[in-house]
Design a protein around this ligand. Sequence first.
Ligand code: ZN
Length: 75
Amino acid sequence: MDLKVGDVYKCPEGHKASIVWISENEKVIAVKCPYEHFDKIAKVPIKTRHKQPYRNYLTEERKIYAKDVVFLIEI
Ligand SMILES: [Zn+2]
């Protein structure tokens, strides 16, 4: 393969990402994807119109997505 930094390469989820790093033996590359990727589930407080005592805050689980994730890919 003839890859170089800056080339377009698929991220693990199939988006068009760009190569930001290639290992010396050219067996591993790092690609940075500008699309959103699922990162984690976090508990966030639900905002309500009225102020409530802290213990009464309700939380919900929300999916957190991250952008510009860098993946290491073995080629
Ligand atoms: Zn992606």
